[in-house]
Write a protein that binds this ligand. Structure first.
Ligand code: MTE
Length: 350
């Protein structure tokens, strides 16, 4: 599964910057496991990859990759010990939006991550983001709003009550977890900054700082990582700006100090380490769309009926169970968002 993206990384990566070395195999190539959101042009995808054999091989690769990272997550105490875990200050409200499903272990949620700024393997962000410095942090609100402003993150969050939201998280790579986020409703923030009549979309721009994010020295993705929502999606009560998990400050690998959580969409919509929210008239391009528009769209709603060009989205693995699969639910089971997409062709708007 080596592809052009990986070769580019190998060529440009200053290895000394990456603390973790076990993801690098002895011949100096990056570990070929764990990177599923591979960047391929439509012409690179051989038809054999969508045959049952291709699916089978992918599944084996997935299991190997997941096992490797989950072993790392199981040894999460090693990672966890090195990180300072800090309780969030103030009361944290429970939310009726939370699921009552079994919550994943802290070691799964913090040991199996996609955060390419800190490595393309699932176990690398926990190690490489260990010393990620997030104070001071400035958040800028700009564009079509009555009140554009720059905030120190703590001032930005202060007016709102923190809420716990236990959500399912479904990755486009066909695995899922249940995560106890803590954050503030995005809707409350939007109401406060008052978008103008021209604002149709919100763009979430994340940190671009080569000194603090080692993989930004490579071109594995276009930097900074950017995501976007239509304004009415962003104002849906389920959309959250998370600042914590398990009642603790968000660890680096999960998107410290603040990241987006949109539980009815594939996980890649949840931009991590946000520095700017920009209100715009035109639909922004998100990073994965820029990298491979035929595979990753703007909407990215969880949809068991619309397959990824290289794998089925009908079922998923609820980590850490690697052997069983369960049916994927439309909108990840958050059917209350369905009216946002009434009349839209979700095959075209994937
Ligand atoms: N945000 C940034 N800045 N960089 C990333 O590489 N990966 C995305 C998303 N947000 C990513 C990001 C993807 S692909 C997923 S699935 C989720 O983060 C993973 O979130 P988690 O590691 O907390 O589970």
């Amino acid at each position: 599964m080596l592809d052009c993206c990986r070769k580019r990384v190998v060529a440009t990566l200053p290895r000394a910057l990456l603390i973790k070395t076990s993801a690098v195999v002895p011949d100096g190539q990056l570990n070929p496991y764990n990177c599923y959101m591979l960047i391929k042009k439509a012409s690179d995808v051989r038809s054999s990859e969508i045959t049952p054999k291709g699916v089978y091989l992918r599944r084996r690769e997935f299991i190997q990759a997941s096992a490797a990272a989950l072993v790392a997550a199981g040894c999460g105490s090693l990672v966890g010990e090195a990180q300072t875990r800090t309780k969030l200050k103030g009361p944290i409200k429970k939310s009726p939006f939370s699921t009552t499903e079994k919550v994943n272990l802290y070691t799964h949620v913090t040991g199996y991550n996609n955060f390419y700024e800190f490595g393309t393997s699932k176990d690398e962000p926990a190690v490489n983001a260990r010393n990620f410095k997030t104070t001071p942090w400035t958040l800028e609100v700009e564009g079509e709003v009555a009140k554009p402003a720059k905030y120190a993150l703590e001032d930005f969050i202060k007016p709102y009550a923190l809420e716990e939201r236990i959500y399912r998280m479904r990755c486009v790579e066909a695995w899922s977890m249940v995560i106890p986020w803590v954050g503030i409703p995005l809707k409350d923030v939007i109401d406060k900054v008052q978008p103008t009549g021209k604002a149709q979309f919100v763009e979430f721009i994340t940190l671009h700082d080569i000194a603090r994010m080692p993989m930004q020295r490579t071109n594995v993705l276009e930097w900074p990582y950017v995501e976007g929502l239509r304004l009415d999606e962003a104002k849906h009560p389920l959309a959250l700006l998370a600042v914590g998990i398990y009642d603790e400050v968000l660890p680096g690998q999960n998107g410290a100090p603040m990241r987006l959580v949109v539980p009815w969409k594939y996980g890649f919509k949840g931009g991590k380490s946000i520095v700017k929210m920009r209100f715009v008239e035109k639909q922004p391009r998100n990073t994965w769309q820029t990298m491979a528009a035929h595979e990753y769209g703007f909407y990215a709603n969880v949809n068991p009926n619309v397959d990824h060009p290289r794998w089925s989205q009908a079922r998923e693995r609820r980590l850490p169970d690697l052997l069983a699969t369960t049916k994927t639910q439309m909108f990840n089971g958050y059917n209350e968002v369905a009216s946002l997409y009434a009349g839209m062709d979700l095959r075209k708007n994937y």
